[in-house]
Design a protein around this ligand. Structure first.
Ligand code: ADP
Ligand code: MG
Ligand code: MG
Length: 253
């Protein structure tokens, strides 16, 4: 599904990712943990093609296609979905319009017929229910005045509707109360399938009580420094990251 080899990437003049390797098979959920500043968000941005993030070396193949040969939009069409740590607001564009446009593009990329407005509205209402957002949220501006938890639920709703191939959730759990956390986890769990893979970036083991990952990786100073099963997350929760790092600076923030 996703094969990342020797990835070096920088932002401005600073190299952040320094030889990252990661292999994800279809249907797998990989959790990425690690100290602040390790490069976790950078990884999501580099994979999704955010401007300003430059690949220096290496490749990332999604089902055999190198993502780095593709424009940001093409990657989205190829099924890469990134849920941001800080979702953006788009005042003046209704959530429903925005979701419909995104889903139309995703369906087109998969050679599927477009949905009528009525068909889409039906799906969107079901998705709202699934993430516990009142349907009125479809009429509001994208994320406009949404609370932190509502933004995260909205992102999960978008993910459900888009049916991506590779879902990257960047600290989607940060700042969430336990109910919202469960909604995020249930959203992910409901979308797990043998055709879809997940990268779940999190600071806390807590989310992984609800989303059972197949693998847990520690990203430190731009590289994966340790990989294991779900038990690794528990170990990290108990001991922090310093026992893994060469420099004793890494701690959970
Ligand atoms: P994490 O998500 O693991 O906390 P990030 O990927 O956000 O880490 O950041 C990795 C490093 O890159 C940090 O040292 C951060 O300050 C730096 N960085 C991130 N974005 C930028 C940017 N736009 N300009 C300069 N440095 C950046
Ligand atoms: Mg961070
Ligand atoms: Mg981050």
């Amino acid at each position: 599904m996703l094969s990342i080899k020797n990835l070096h990437a920088r932002v401005e003049d600073k190299t952040i990712l320094k030889g990252l390797e990661l292999e994800i098979k279809p249907g797998e959920v990989h959790a990425i943990m690690g100290p602040n500043g390790a490069g976790k968000s950078t990884l999501g941005y580099v994979l999704s093609g955010r401007p300003g993030y430059e690949v220096e070396q290496g490749s990332a193949e999604l089902n055999g296609q190198n993502l780095f040969d593709m424009e940001t939009e093409e990657r989205a069409r190829a099924g890469v979905f990134l849920a941001f740590q800080y979702p953006v607001e788009i005042p003046g564009v209704s959530n429903l319009e925005f979701l419909k446009a995104s889903v139309d593009a995703a369906r087109k990329a998969r050679d599927e017929a477009p949905l009528s407005s009525a068909e889409f509205l039906k799906l969107a209402r079901v998705a709202c229910k699934q993430v516990n957002l009142p349907v009125e949220f479809l009429k509001r501006g994208v994320n406009e005045g949404f609370s932190g938890g509502e933004k995260k639920r909205n992102e999960i709703m978008q993910m459900i509707l888009l049916e991506p191939t590779l879902c990257i959730l960047d600290e989607t759990d940060s700042g969430l109360d336990i109910d919202a956390l469960k909604v995020v986890a249930e959203g992910v769990n409901s979308q797990r399938s043998e055709k879809r893979s997940f990268i779940v970036v999190t600071h806390y083991q807590r989310l992984l009580d609800y989303i059972k990952p197949d693998y847990v990786h520690v990203l430190s100073d731009g590289k994966i420094v340790k990989s294991g099963g779900p038990e690794l997350a528990q170990e990290l929760e108990a001991q922090g990251y310093s026992w893994l790092a060469k420099d004793p600076v890494a701690e959970v923030n």
